[in-house]
Write a protein that binds this ligand. Structure first.
Ligand code: URA
Length: 237
């Protein structure tokens, strides 16, 4: 890989910024000053340093975002801001994408990565990864709804949902629930409630597999996964 690409990917700014850095003689590869942006390095074996500090190269980025409402879970959109627009340019250089979709008006946990293999494993219908949502529903949610969701309900297109676990937190006029599903059909939670003649008025994802939303993240904030979170997610323990 070219040294300018490596430095740009590791947070030293645009290729133009990196060119200036190289010119300033701040960059060394295996102890030798390198000034040529086209200089080729092996990111696995060569030792790269900027102003004497070693540069650690990595291929993948793993971010947990507390997605706000009004933002689209996509890499680009003609009209609306996307979750990728909320990232810095340095992070965008990794070409990350959201793992699965949350509706524009849904908040909460969204994993953003460029690791296609992990994304595939988390989204594959065969893997049955649990996703837990908190929701507020326009009417009281009942024991019958719990049983119906446990059996599986029929969505508007005839699809029979897999067993889901519904937990009533508060069954007041506008009730609060937590729902765990193992699938990810389009608008699934909203459509499941529609099938029992109820409407989701607020929806937030709390977890996906072993990954739980860090509640200290404000809406629109994000952070890197910890080593522990990433290891567990990959092992799905
Ligand atoms: N189910 C929905 O209806 N919407 C979401 O955003 C996620 C799950």
């Amino acid at each position: 890989m070219r040294i300018d690409k490596l430095l740009s990917h590791t947070g030293f700014g645009s290729r133009k910024d990196v060119k200036i850095l190289l010119k300033s003689k701040a960059v060394e590869v295996n102890g030798e000053t390198v000034r040529d942006p086209k200089f080729h390095v092996d990111e696995k074996t060569d030792e790269v340093a900027v102003s004497g500090e070693p540069v650690v190269y990595r291929d993948f980025i793993y971010l947990m975002m507390n997605k706000p409402q009004g933002v689209i879970s996509a890499t680009e959109d003609r009209f609306d801001q996307t979750v990728i627009d909320l990232l810095t340019e340095d992070e965008q250089r990794f070409e990350p994408f959201p793992v699965g979709r949350l509706d524009k008006d849904t908040e909460g946990l969204l994993l953003i990565t460029n690791d296609g293999k992990l994304a595939h494993e988390l989204l594959s219908p065969k893997k049955h990864v649990d996703k837990t949502y908190y929701a507020r529903i326009d009417r009281p949610v009942t024991e019958e709804d719990i049983q119906a969701f446990k059996q599986g309900v029929t969505l508007d297109d005839g699809y029979e949902t897999k067993p889901a676990q519904l937990c009533i937190l508060n069954s007041a006029e506008e009730s609060e629930i937590e729902l765990t599903i193992t699938e990810g059909k389009f608008h699934q939670v909203k459509r499941m409630f529609e099938s029992v003649n109820k409407r989701v008025v607020f929806l937030k994802r709390l977890s996906m597999g072993t990954l739980e939303l860090d509640e200290t993240l404000e809406l629109g904030e994000y952070r890197e996964l910890t080593e522990d979170e990433l290891t567990k997610l990959k092992q799905r323990k």
